[in-house]
Design a protein around this ligand. Structure first.
Ligand SMILES: N[C@@H](CCC(=O)N[C@@H](CS)C(=O)NCC(=O)O)C(=O)O
Length: 289
């Protein structure tokens, strides 16, 4: 792989002309508003990523929507001024973006909580709503916090020895004191959240599946278990049982089988360590018929 390709503003990148496809995507994104859409529209990378809970919710609710997949090549293609023109078409320079006739949402958690509220999946009372919000916040930390999975997994422009040291610390090795044990700390917090639910339902909150379970499943199964199956399955059996329970809920298996993206994103091993191949997502849970 040509690493220079991924460096913003390098000459290599400037040489890549803006394609018609990217121009069309830019104009589509800029034109999205509550008034312009005839049906719900979701723009996101063509990966599982952080849109999994959103897309599962739309699937469970049988909502007909337009999915606009963006590839990493679309994302990095420069416009005439050399900047990432598609990225800059988004208000916060990120995906996902969800728009329907009532809302324009460009934060993943807001999308999930808005859709979950409509679907009655945010808890049945205030105490459950608070518990759901706490789990959602932890899910976000587990990926985006400084000792979350994303900063460790993405290793673009990081020397091999530094990336390896970061990985070892994340998995519990020396030498980075407080920053170590990221993987296990994130997972043991999930165990604590699960145990705070005294209803024995097998869900994170209350007696029924909520948005907290959709996000927790995504983070635990598609990210953490896929990242290190051995540690996950041997040290966190409770979480393994939990994700299996969620996989058995109506609509989840059909989503995984029929709709879910294979997560082809960055080429390995230069840009990310793991989690970028369809194989990473196979066999994480057994899917009921
Ligand atoms: N706070 C935002 C963060 C979204 C985010 O970081 N999205 C990633 C994809 S998972 C992204 O847009 N990455 C490309 C970039 O930052 O250039 C949210 O939760 O929606």
């Amino acid at each position: 792989m040509n690493m220079a390709f991924y460096h913003r503003n390098t000459s290599t990148m400037k040489e890549i002309a803006m394609t018609d496809r990217v121009a069309q995507l830019v104009s589509l994104v800029k034109g999205l508003s509550q008034d312009s859409v005839s049906k719900p529209t979701l723009v996101y990378f063509n990966i599982v990523g952080i849109a999994w809970p959103i897309r599962v919710l739309l699937h469970l609710e049988k909502i007909d929507y337009d999915y606009v997949p963006v590839t990493i090549m679309d994302w990095i293609t420069p416009g005439p001024d050399g900047t990432q023109i598609l990225k800059h078409a988004f208000r916060n320079h990120h995906v996902p973006l969800y728009v329907d006739q009532e809302v324009y949402l460009d934060q993943s958690m807001q999308i999930v909580t808005t859709l979950a509220e409509r679907a009655g999946m945010l808890g049945v009372n205030q105490s459950e709503r608070i518990a759901v919000q706490a789990v959602l916040a932890h899910c976000y930390d587990a990926l985006f916090h400084f000792n979350g999975l994303l900063p460790v997994n993405i290793r673009l422009n990081i020397a091999d020895d530094v990336a390896q040291a970061r990985l070892e610390s994340f998995m519990g090795g020396e030498p980075w004191g407080l920053a170590t044990n990221g993987y296990r700390n994130q997972l043991s917090a999930f165990v604590n959240y699960l145990e705070s639910n005294h209803s024995d339902s097998g869900f994170m909150v209350g007696d029924a599946m909520t948005a907290a379970d959709l996000w927790a499943f995504n983070v635990l199964c598609n990210w953490f278990k896929a990242f290190d199956r051995q540690v996950f399955s041997t040290e966190f059996r409770q979480l393994d049982t939990y994700i299996q329970h969620i996989a058995e809920q109506p609509g989840i298996a059909s989503y995984i089988r029929e709709v879910q993206e294979p997560t082809i994103w960055f080429p390995l091993p230069d840009v990310a360590m793991r989690l970028t191949s369809p194989e990473d997502l196979k066999g994480l849970v057994s899917l009921p018929d």
